[in-house]
Ligand binder design. Structure first.
Ligand SMILES: Nc1ncnc2c1ncn2[C@@H]1O[C@H](COP(=O)(O)OP(=O)(O)OP(=O)(O)O)[C@@H](O)[C@H]1O
Length: 116
């Protein structure tokens, strides 16, 4: 079982397969890589982690892409007597593409031009 590599913070959101939390690390080395001081953890119950296991495989295929959220890997932690399965993700502080598209009507550059 992995040692606790971070301090889990506020919940950023929830999707169909897990809860995403902000987490603070301190010069933590995970699989040979120093993690940023803030990461996003996408977690679910280990017993229902098949979808996240597939997601991590896909994200790792794009690990060199600047257009896809970086995934540092996955692990199982032991927190408050449960064993969440966690994806360790780059924290995207400006929100998701879906968040931005939802708000796009309020952005001037997305104003719809009407043709007459
Ligand atoms: N890497 C991240 N950095 C910051 N916030 C994130 C990150 N990943 C997810 N979030 C937040 O958590 C929410 C839920 O994300 P998640 O990936 O679980 O679900 P989804 O992609 O919206 O939907 P689903 O997984 O059900 O298709 C997002 O809408 C976003 O607000």
């Amino acid at each position: 079982m992995a040692e606790l590599l971070w301090k889990r913070g506020t919940t950023l959101g929830e999707g169909g397969f897990g809860v995403v939390s902000l987490a603070a690390t301190s010069n933590t080395i995970f699989r040979g890589v120093t993690l940023p001081s803030l990461i996003a953890l996408k977690s679910c119950n280990f017993n229902a982690s098949q979808s996240l296991k597939e997601e991590v495989e896909i994200l790792l295929m794009f690990k060199h892409s600047p257009y896809i959220v970086h995934c540092f890997g996955a692990n199982v932690s032991f927190e408050d007597n449960v064993n969440p399965y966690n994806l360790l993700l780059e924290y995207t502080s400006r929100g998701s593409l879906a968040d931005r598209l939802q708000n796009c009507n309020s952005l001037p550059e997305f104003e719809v031009k009407k043709h007459t």
